[in-house]
Design a protein around this ligand. Structure first.
Ligand code: GDP
Ligand code: MN
Length: 393
């Protein structure tokens, strides 16, 4: 689960990381009031920065990060940004903060390195830009350091990171931030904690002190660990969750979106992987897979079918169910029910084996469903059906 910058910054603050103050505004008037407090309050900011709160990167490039020097300007800029859509997502909130006087922008992130089974810190002296771009054009510019699962990130490792990023003048701060990122990962079961830019900023008037601060924050939480953090549920942004994903979650279906044309309904993650492999081997590409889990009832099956059909890419559907706790006849009833409500005509191939498979076969035959005995056959039929459908269109 991705969370908004403002929420990510709260989690960073909770670990003692240096984050400049901010407010969130939902209207130009609220943004004006927030800017007014920052410009005329105790902090006497010379300018404010107004940033779109949407769960995509590259807001700056898209025009979603702008500065304002007066209340009027802040209201006007907020009005502009609140009317934008960035990468297809409507902006509903903005963050308002005192504008930083940036000396240098760097990149620092903690990610879960699954292959190494460790938290990996990645730093780059080239901040502000997208790290993928640095990785592609100048991979040596990325410093990588693994934290030990038992000992954590040790001070000498954090100091080495600081030296390699040219942060010698900010040694203590860098060590504090690097260790803080690892703590943020662990405390929240995060997959990613990314600070881009981590910035050296000038504080106070004229040639004031320089300080290292987290100007932007991006955190992705591990969905499978959300149950351990009751308070994280409140960070889910309903404005930005696609309706289909919310619907899938309500029905306890895991819904993975892919790029192909064949919708796959399965039960169990292992079967999902196998099904995708076989679809690919038969020359097709999965459009998605929906794992209806163990013991699914007809109602969940029907919901899964509605979700698959709602994806315009889908040109054929492959249902592959291994009945264990799940009863084949329940699945068949769900499919029959779903087809009654079906909004568009998409060919479907069904393979159900295991518990109550014979009853399922009888029900499906009566309802004139296309069935397959083996998984290979099912995948081939689905791929052929998708091709025919694609050519007809
Ligand atoms: P992103 O584009 O979505 O990653 O949004 P960021 O918060 O990272 O902002 C993008 C860029 O805007 C940064 O790399 C900075 O160059 C600039 N920026 C962000 N905040 C400030 C600020 O407070 N002051 C100044 N001068 N520039 C800022
Ligand atoms: Mn950024």
């Amino acid at each position: 689960m991705k969370i908004q910058e403002a929420d990510a910054k709260k989690l960073l603050l909770a670990q003692g990381l240096p984050v400049p103050p901010w407010e969130v505004a939902r209207s130009p008037a609220e943004a004006r009031a927030a800017a007014s407090r920052l410009l005329h309050g105790a902090g006497h900011a010379r300018q404010v920065v107004i940033k779109a709160q949407v769960l995509v990167g590259g807001r700056g490039k898209a025009g979603g990060v702008r500065l304002a020097a007066t209340d009027d300007e802040a209201e006007h800029v907020a009005d502009d940004i609140l009317g934008m859509s960035i990468k297809g997502i409507a902006v509903r909130k903005v963050l308002v903060a005192p504008a930083a006087d940036i000396v240098r922008e760097l990149y620092l992130a903690a990610v879960l390195d699954r292959a190494a089974r460790r938290i990996l810190l990645m730093g780059s002296a080239e901040g502000g830009v997208e790290i993928e771009q640095v990785a592609a054009t100048n991979p040596d510019a990325i410093v990588r350091i693994h934290a030990d699962p038992l000992l954590g990130l040790r001070d000498w490792q954090a100091r080495e990171l600081a030296f390699r990023l040219g942060l010698n003048a900010h040694l203590k701060a860098t060590v504090g931030i690097a260790k803080g990122l690892v703590r943020t990962m662990l405390a929240n079961d995060a997959d990613l904690v990314e600070i881009n830019p981590l910035a050296i900023v000038r504080e106070g008037a004229g040639a004031g002190e320089e300080r290292l601060v987290c100007l932007d924050a991006k955190i992705t939480l591990d969905d499978s660990a959300l149950f351990r953090h009751q308070d994280h549920e409140a960070l889910r942004d309903p404005d930005e969750e696609a309706p289909a994903d919310a619907e899938a979650r309500r029905h306890d279906i895991s819904f993975i979106h892919l790029d192909g044309t064949i919708g796959c309904m399965v039960n169990g993650a292992g079967l999902a992987m196998t099904t995708m492999d076989l679809v690919k081997r038969a020359g097709g590409e999965p459009a998605n897979f929906l794992d209806i889990g163990g013991g699914a009832k007809a109602e969940r099956v029907a919901a899964a079918m509605r979700l698959i059909l709602a994806e315009p890419r889908v040109e054929a559907i492959l249902v592959n169910i291994f009945g264990g706790i799940t009863r084949g006849d329940e699945v068949a009833l769900g499919l029959i029910e779903a087809r009654k409500q079906q909004s568009r005509d998409v060919p479907m191939v069904v393979r159900i084996v295991g518990t109550n498979a014979a009853e399922a076969a009888r029900l499906l035959e009566e309802a004139h469903f296309e069935t397959a005995a083996s998984l290979d056959e099912a995948a081939e039929k689905a791929v052929a059906a998708a091709r025919a459908q694609g050519q007809a269109a």
